[in-house]
Design a protein around this ligand. Structure first.
Ligand SMILES: Nc1nc2c(ncn2[C@@H]2O[C@H](COP(=O)(O)OP(=O)(O)OP(=O)(O)O)[C@@H](O)[C@H]2O)c(=O)[nH]1
Length: 192
């Protein structure tokens, strides 16, 4: 039987966002260190990786999901038992940026809490055909109390940082965190 500490270090992260924003490319670059040029729509894939943050090793399960749109119903698997969320838009797609608020609301409605451990990711930052400015992404994340970062899976910029930020957001809200915070802020939708 695993020790309690081992269970605490196991974190499940769901990667959500519109179709074709680069969710799989982000996860594959992070896990396998290469870029996939071709587009294969994802059904659902789960990956595991150990991530070290502040001297602590986390055993991460990363769930790469099928792209969502405004009509998709949030799959309970993408919220229940999930510790942290990575919400991806493409900086080259205004529509995908607009979907972030919609997905965020679906998660908070489902979880019944406003404050969820989340990183908002502006992907494909290497593209010149930008439709979303950095300040807009930053502003949206700030409004939601989430972390924010821009990445390029193609040129491998900030890919690892996404998952470090996500773990930091999870830890911030963890009741076992040894900070001045005494009360858990709630936030993780962990109903096992
Ligand atoms: N230029 C550029 N293209 C990217 C980047 N990331 C992904 N792409 C391309 O965008 C397309 C879609 O990428 P995917 O990773 O399959 O997107 P997805 O969000 O997983 O798509 P769904 O599974 O349909 O939800 C592919 O052709 C990728 O090669 C990036 O950082 N830069």
């Amino acid at each position: 039987m695993p020790a309690a500490g081992d269970l605490l270090k196991k974190k499940r992260i769901a990667v959500l966002g519109s179709r074709s924003v680069g969710k799989s490319s982000l996860v594959v670059q992070f896990i396998e260190n290469h870029f996939v040029e071709a587009y294969y729509p994802t059904i659902e894939t789960s990956f595991s990786k150990t991530v070290k943050l502040n001297g602590v090793e986390y055993d991460c399960d990363i769930l790469d999901t099928a792209g969502q749109d405004e009509y998709s119903i949030l799959n309970s698997k993408h919220a229940i038992g999930i510790h942290g969320f990575v919400l991806v838009y493409s900086v080259a797609s205004r529509n995908s940026f607009n979907m972030i608020d919609i997905i965020y609301d679906k998660i908070t409605d489902f979880c019944g809490v406003e404050d969820i451990p989340c990183v908002v990711v502006g992907s494909k930052s290497d593209l010149k055909t930008r439709q979303v400015q950095s300040e807009e992404g930053e502003e949206l994340a700030k409004k939601r109390g989430a972390a924010w970062i821009e990445t390029s899976s193609k040129t491998n910029v900030n890919v690892g940082k996404v998952f470090e930020l996500c773990l930091a957001e999870i830890e911030k809200r963890s009741p076992t965190t040894t900070t001045t915070q005494t009360e858990p802020k709630g936030g993780s939708c962990v109903i096992m």
